[in-house]
Design a binder for this molecule. Structure first.
Ligand code: HEC
Length: 209
């Protein structure tokens, strides 16, 4: 028991411990400090898992997008994005146990891309932090609220993205986008701006004794 408390403090001191350590501290004794530390360690582990889930989501999307662009050009890639982006989100949500999504202040898909109130606040804070000099790769958020663990990671706009999200979209492509997404807001971006963010959510139990 003492060893666990010591481990918990070590974790806190290092502010970064591995998943195995976190799961043992999660069962630490009920002294309030230890519970607090255990909760912190659990969320450190969750954060690491959420970051991995989001990374897989991003890699798979980007891989399929690049392949579709290379094979059939942007028009075909739009069709792939339209069908595959939601499917990949669902498949990986099932696999990872996190509910995965992409949201944006200017969404294309009104069913999937629209942020909730707290997600909107995080997106706005990412934009402010980017403007203040934080690099896009460092923009992440995590918290536990209303019985769920919440993780978000910013998605920067790369030059590749401008074909379908930029200011000079080829007319046939624009027509296809408008047909699929009549209320599309996701154009007019410049490279380096934030296109949106990944979201990973997981229900968590309340404080267990
Ligand atoms: C071939 C065209 C195309 C390219 C290139 C493209 N996207 Fe998209 N993007 C789409 C489509 C279509 C959707 C809507 C997908 C859906 O229905 O869920 C979308 C949706 C999104 C969303 C989800 C939020 C929303 O607006 O609904 C994000 C975030 C996003 N794209 C980011 C990017 C980034 C970052 C890049 C560059 C790495 C990129 N896109 C490149 C076509 C494209």
């Amino acid at each position: 028991m003492e060893a666990k408390i010591l481990l918990a403090f070590t974790c806190l001191a290092l502010a970064a411990c591995s998943n195995e350590e976190s799961s043992s501290t999660a069962r630490a004794p009920a002294a309030s400090a230890a519970v607090e530390i255990a909760a912190q360690s659990t969320s450190t582990a969750l954060r690491a898992d959420a970051a991995v889930a989001v990374q897989r989501f991003g890699r798979q999307l980007q891989g399929e997008l690049q392949q579709a662009m290379a094979e059939g050009g942007p028009l075909q890639a739009v069709a792939v994005c339209h069908l595959r982006a939601p499917a990949i989100a669902d498949e990986l949500s099932e696999e990872t146990g996190f509910q995965l999504a992409r949201v944006s202040l200017k969404h294309r898909n009104p069913e999937r891309g629209q942020p909730s109130d707290w997600q909107r606040e995080v997106l706005e804070s990412f934009d402010r932090r980017l403007a203040a000099g934080t690099s896009a790769g460092e923009l992440a958020f995590s918290s536990t609220a209303e019985g769920e663990y919440r993780f978000m990671k910013a998605i920067p706009t790369a030059p590749l993205c401008l074909t379908c999200h930029g200011t000079a979209i080829e007319p046939r492509l624009q027509a296809e986008l408008t047909a699929l997404y009549p209320q599309d807001l996701a154009t007019g971006y410049q490279a380096g701006e934030l296109r949106g963010a990944f979201v990973a959510l997981r229900k968590v139990d309340g404080a267990k004794p």
